[in-house]
Design a protein around this ligand. Structure first.
Ligand SMILES: [Zn+2]
Length: 385
């Protein structure tokens, strides 16, 4: 504990989370659920980093731009002064209880719709709330985004015949797509984005499935099978989100540059299936160019704005150098902690508001662009009412 803790203030004294001009209903087009149980201090801190390794000796993930942002924006929602100490913050969270703290933080985020990637089911070893539970606490509509690699892994266990693999997985993908508003691929993690763009032939798929199944099935990493899933997804017609840019250490960063997808983007163009490039950093400018160049390509910044602190204004401005206003989507990419929803909203609203203040001195026009990026583009793209 620090010797002089900031006093607990009335809950009405909110953080003053920035809001967009015109206050559009926000659609968070890429996010994950949050844990529903109390976390220890170490587990909590681990969710403030994209690393899955323990911090260096004597260090903590709180000492980072995202840790500072949590103390700035979230502490007031729990009744503390901004920048309350980490110890005071965690103590106040325990006093309120996980349900009340989560409810306050999610409500403060003010989201209207959350498109939840259900490919992850736990964080720091603790189960995530169901999308419905998340929506109840956030007071938001929730819709599902299905992760195609996970569907394939669950649909075709090791006993599946190699020649039946493609049909089994195809049927499972169609079933999953029936309940979702979009699909997502983590091919960047599994083999990088510099894959051969053409659709693999059925014989190639069967051979690759035989190798995959012979090695025990499980985590799908064979590039041919991953490409096959992407092509299957294109045929389903739902928007297909693709992880690009930074993430956890499972990634080889330079192989997540979205410009490596250019061949696949060209090959996919006749399908008309929207491709949504997620996150982007440090390749957000490449994503912005692709969004301008190809009518079926969109981009977001996701957790980038959460993680880069005061650089969020610059990163968003760099994205808007080329990304058309009708191609940029808002998301938080929050995962595990409700704090990451609130920080994501605050960082996005602050950055876009600053850009609009400089670029669009006409309030009605600024509100129109804020409404597109904040939610209108996602409503149009995912067919949300
Ligand atoms: Zn993500």
């Amino acid at each position: 504990m620090c010797p002089a803790e900031p006093p607990v203030v009335a809950h009405q004294a909110r953080s003053g989370v920035p809001r967009l001009p015109g206050r559009p209903v926000l659609v968070d087009q890429h996010c994950h659920s949050v844990v529903g149980a109390e976390l220890g201090a170490g587990a909590f801190a681990s969710l403030l980093s994209e690393s899955d390794r323990p911090p260096a000796v004597g260090a903590t993930p709180w000492d980072s731009a995202v840790g500072l942002a949590v103390r700035r924006w979230c502490a007031p929602e729990l009744g503390l002064e901004p920048f309350a100490s980490v110890e005071a913050y965690l103590e106040r969270r325990r006093e309120l209880g996980v349900a009340e703290a989560t409810r306050r933080l999610l409500r403060a985020a003010g989201l209207g719709v959350c498109l939840v990637d259900t490919g992850l089911t736990e964080a720091a070893g603790v189960p995530l709330l169901s999308p419905e539970e998340l929506g109840g606490l956030a007071h938001a509509d929730v819709r599902e985004i299905v992760r195609i690699e996970r569907v394939a892994e669950q649909a075709a266990p090791p006993g599946t015949g190699a020649h039946a693999w493609a049909a089994t997985v195809g049927a499972a993908l169609r079933r999953a797509a029936g309940r979702a508003v979009g699909l997502k691929s983590v091919v960047a993690y599994r083999c990088g984005l510099d894959f051969e763009p053409r659709r693999p032939a059925p014989a190639e798929v069967a051979n690759a499935a035989a190798l995959h199944l012979a090695s025990g099935g499980g985590r799908l990493t064979h590039p041919v099978l991953l490409r096959h899933l992407l092509w299957e997804a294109l045929e389903l017609g739902l928007p297909l989100q693709l992880h690009t840019g930074f993430g956890d250490p499972d990634l080889v960063l330079h192989r997540s540059d979205p410009s490596l997808l250019t061949g696949f983007i060209r090959a996919a163009e006749p399908f008309g299936t929207p491709l949504v490039l997620l996150h982007g950093w440090p390749y957000h400018r490449q994503a912005a160019w692709l969004a301008q160049a190809f009518p079926h390509v969109y981009c977001d910044l996701g957790l980038t704005l959460t993680y880069v602190g005061t650089a969020a204004r610059r990163v968003l401005a760099e994205t808007l150098e080329l990304a058309p206003f009708h191609k940029l989507l808002f998301s938080t990419d929050a995962y595990g902690l409700p704090e990451l929803y609130l920080v994501g909203v605050a960082a996005f609203a602050d950055a876009l508001d600053a850009w609009l203040a400089e670029a669009v001195p006409v309030p009605a026009e600024a509100a129109r662009i804020a409404a597109l990026v904040g939610g209108g583009n996602a409503r149009r793209l995912y067919g949300l009412s």
